[in-house]
Design a protein around this ligand. Structure first.
Ligand code: SF4
Length: 600
């Protein structure tokens, strides 16, 4: 019988309970309704914080054992779904579907949870804040804590498999701290995955939890694996492995970094999105000079997986002359690279390492820093006001029209200082929204505005699909191709993408496997798990999520400032004769109609 663990930190008790849900998202949404978390503030420790795996997870089919984290986001107050590669594996060993955390530990604490010979064992180890910060050493921060936990956990796990999850100073001093987990003790800080978006780590820290160690002697469900083989054979043919290999080619052969720069050409947001205001000829010149000839030059990598037996093997690791090896992914490397006018990969790797090791969501951080750099450049704020040293003669530059290569060093140095300042708890602003309240930099800072409730940032694609009023932001729960469609038509496309993406997430699968899995997922769920009409069930989950959002009272504001400028530019380039606000109003009306099943 599948089960999950409810850990109540106030009462220091654990209960193992039956788990009867179509998947991890459905479980989390149900639990948030059951605990009426919509009545609570986003940072109340009475909000359930959930980590777990999907019902198809196993150790045979790569992509099936992704870890999913579902929590109240400290950024927009809504429920957020974040995930990390291979994070479901320790739950297979613990023979559990999920861990649900409630309440707050008295001191920063680490949870140890194991299954041995069918019996569940657990303990909570408290650390004083001084002890915790002594574990975050100067160089490796989050990863030195992770290393310590690998050492500490050995006795408890008695030679059994376990995996460690940790948060860093970024979760203590900002709303955009993430949850990190290296694939093994040997690879701590080298090959790791991040439940990056929405502030999963900051949200965990609201429970005073800084780490979790999970594992045991559980085995994969052999019957489930056999059924999966059978349905894959039926749906994809005898050579189904070949179909999986073909369907994941982009991630295996190029990785997201190379694949995106090569395929999106000129449609990616360089220089804090100011790139899009250039004429096409100028764009091509800059792209050639800084992206093709510098950013992508001599890019070579080793390939790893997230610990799943995965044919996509998306983890690309690069070695540097003056820096350790680094995992190169498009989003963080763009956020702390081309977006900030930095094109030297080793320099970018240093910033990404700083952001990761301090435990931040690098994507959110990129938006934040880019806005600050541009506001420094325009003179709206000064370094002195930010408390980042004395004024310097050299200002940063994110204006591609006047940008010179030597500005890269200036942008890099200031970015480094900002990151360290936030992680030291000296910055005074835990999010973009807090910053905007003090400094009027809306024309420089791009973010999605959720009024008093907060903000979020989209991912780095030039598209309306990630900034329109959709259900959940900061993810790929929408269309993100750089294309224009009339609002009603586009609302349909974005809703359909939402349902497909949510279906993959609820099943606990890695979305890099979507090409071959999406078309057959309903069938897989029916034959392997006996779940009928899976897509319809997903639509119900989407509807519940919308209901939750309404109960909290979260509303996305109309685009203003920099976001409005970018949206207008996009509309103008596509000869769309419609004002941005009207476009989004019509989009939203139609988009919401799909949730009510009242669309034509
Ligand atoms: S594509 Fe990458 S993250 Fe996804 S399962 Fe494979 S190795 Fe893991």
């Amino acid at each position: 019988m599948p089960s999950y663990v409810e850990l109540e930190l106030d009462e220091k008790r654990v209960k193992e309970k039956p788990y009867n849900y179509s998947g991890i998202v459905e479980f989390a949404v149900e639990k948030h309704f059951e605990f009426e978390s919509y009545k609570l503030d986003y940072d109340s420790p009475r909000n359930p914080w959930i980590i777990g795996r999907g019902n198809l997870s196993n150790l045979t089919f790569g992509g099936s054992a992704r870890g999913f984290v579902i929590f109240r986001s400290p950024l927009d107050s809504f429920l957020h779904i974040s995930s990390l590669g291979g994070g479901g594996i320790p739950f297979i060993y613990a023979n559990l579907q999920a861990l649900l955390i409630l309440g707050r530990a008295e001191k920063p604490s680490v949870i140890f949870l194991k299954r041995k010979e069918g019996k569940l064992e657990w303990k909570i180890e408290e650390l004083s804040k001084d002890e915790l910060f002594s574990f975050y050493n100067k160089e490796n921060h989050v990863f030195s804590l992770e290393k310590k936990l690998y050492e500490k956990a050995k006795e408890f796990f008695e030679g059994l498999y376990f995996r460690v999850f940790v948060v860093g100073p970024g979760s203590i001093y900002s709303k955009f701290g993430s949850l990190f987990s290296s694939i093994s003790e040997k690879e701590v800080g080298n090959v790791f995955d991040v439940a990056g978006r929405g502030g999963s780590g900051s949200s965990l820290f609201a429970h005073n939890i800084v780490g979790m160690v999970i594992g045991g002697d559980g085995k994969e469900d052999e019957e489930l694996v056999e059924k999966m083989k059978m349905v894959f054979k039926e749906e994809l043919g005898d050579n189904y492995m070949q179909k999986m290999i073909e369907g994941t080619k982009k991630y295996r052969e190029f990785g997201t970094f190379k694949a995106n720069y090569s395929s999106y050409k000129n449609k990616l947001p360089l220089f804090n999105w100011n790139f899009f205001f250039l004429e096409e000829e100028e764009k091509s010149r800059i792209w050639e000079k800084f992206v093709d000839s510098k950013l992508l030059k001599d890019y070579t990598f080793e390939t790893k997986t997230c610990m799943e037996k995965c044919v996509a093997a998306c983890k690309k690791i690069e070695r540097y002359d003056n820096h350790k090896r680094e995992k190169v992914d498009y989003e963080p490397f763009h956020a702390l690279g081309a977006l900030l006018g930095i094109f030297d990969r080793e320099r970018i790797a240093k910033l990404v390492w700083l952001a990761d090791s301090l435990g931040f969501d690098a994507i959110y951080l990129g938006f934040f820093i880019a806005g600050i750099l541009e506001a420094l450049e325009s003179g709206k704020i000064s370094l002195k006001e930010l408390g980042i040293g004395v004024e310097r003669k050299e200002l940063p530059c994110l204006n591609p029209k006047v940008y010179k290569e030597e500005k890269e060093r200036v942008n890099f140095e200031i970015a480094q200082k900002i990151i360290k300042k936030i992680a030291n708890g000296e910055f005074g602003f835990k999010s973009i929204k807090e910053f905007i309240e003090k400094f009027d930099v809306k024309d420089e800072m791009l973010f999605l505005d959720f009024g008093e409730k907060g903000d979020l940032t989209p991912n780095y694609y030039y598209t309306l699909g990630l900034v329109a009023p959709i259900l959940m932001h900061g993810k790929y729960f929408s269309d993100y191709k750089p294309r224009y469609l009339p609002p009603e038509e586009y609302a349909k496309v974005c809703y359909e993408r939402l349902i497909k993406e949510l279906a993959i997430a609820n099943a606990g699968y890695c979305r890099f496997h979507r090409e071959y899995l999406e078309p057959i997922l309903d069938k897989v769920m029916e034959i392997v798990l006996g779940i009928q009409n899976y897509s319809e069930r997903i639509k119900e989950i989407a509807k519940k999520l919308l209901e939750y959002k309404r109960k909290v009272g979260i509303r996305q504001e109309e685009p203003k400032g920099k976001l409005l400028k970018i949206v207008n530019r996009f509309l103008e380039e596509n000869n769309a004769n419609i004002p941005a606000n009207e476009y989004f109003k019509r989009f939203e009306r139609k988009y919401l109609s799909f949730f009510e099943n009242s669309a034509e």
